[in-house]
Design a binder for this molecule. Sequence first.
Ligand code: SF4
Length: 368
Amino acid sequence: MSLVEELDRLTRPGDLGEKVDDSSVRCLACAHTCLIRDGQRGVCKIRFNRDGKLQVPWGYVSSIQVDPIEKKPFYHFLAGSDALTFGMLGCNLQCDYCQNWLTSQALREEDSERLSGIIRKISSDEIVEYGKQYGADVVASSYNEPLISSEWARDIFIKAGQAGLKQVYVSNGFATPDVLDYLKPVIQGFKVDLKTMQDDHYRDLGGRLQPVLDSIQYAHQLGLWVEIVTLIVPGFNDSPGELADIAGFIQSVSPHIPWHVTAFRPDYKMMDKPRTSAAQLLTAVDIGKKQGLNYIYAGNMPGSVGKYENTICHNCQSSLIDRRGYLILKYRITAEGTCPDCETRIPGVWTEHPERIHTAGPGFPRVI
Ligand code: SF4
């Protein structure tokens, strides 16, 4: 059986679609809002119309493992916790510099059959059971774009919530209000890539800027804990003006939203650009500070960016969490989520059991 046939069998009718006529449906799971006629596929290639019904992924993962939540990255959502993370296949965007392109661009690349065998059938109960067995605090949908398999994620997340785990999305944010409303009851954290502030650059990646900005604002308005990542790609989005625009937009939503500026390495179809240097990340940090952001982190260069891996109280400047890469070296936020020195409430979602945070490094990832 080919990969496409296998994936098409692992589907069921989806919730996030509306009937347009007897044979056509409109998918509402992402901002493409594809009009899909009978027998056709959406832009993501994963959701399709069979006999007038929208079919969506169900009952499999392409990978599942336990990661530190810092890897997502979430630095203000149960920092120091373990996240049972599952990935599927496919994406609604087509970024030339994708660092997960093997799975995200499945079904688009001509040789995607090389992924045959990667599919693992699994039930939502089994996923949650793994979470409990491995002592995870969070279940995360990540590695590819989770929006395109939101019905399946929702099923897992409902059961994870019943088991006492929290739930997060690691998304490109090219979402609709419909999908955010659908997810709101079952997720608490939403990490978004804000890749550029230039609409034409977003179009080069297969998307548009405005829906991403709208989704960040709406997710924040819904009360989800939002963190933003910008992969700093030299020559693509690293001009001081563009970085100031990104930081200024985040600040306009909330100065407390963490902004992660992370280092690019050449990958996939973008091999002509250099790696991001530590100095370029630190320039982005400075720009973010000037725009009034309280929490800016430099990522993908452990040990090279000084204190900008650490969480520092925005009120008294005490160091609250010291990190090296994904490793927590020191954790001082109280069980009430406050700074122990000035008692300021630190924005985010924090463990009520700081004594359980392991600071020695448990040896990640743990592949299941
Ligand atoms: S998830 Fe997005 S790309 Fe995929 S079918 Fe739905 S609207 Fe189209």
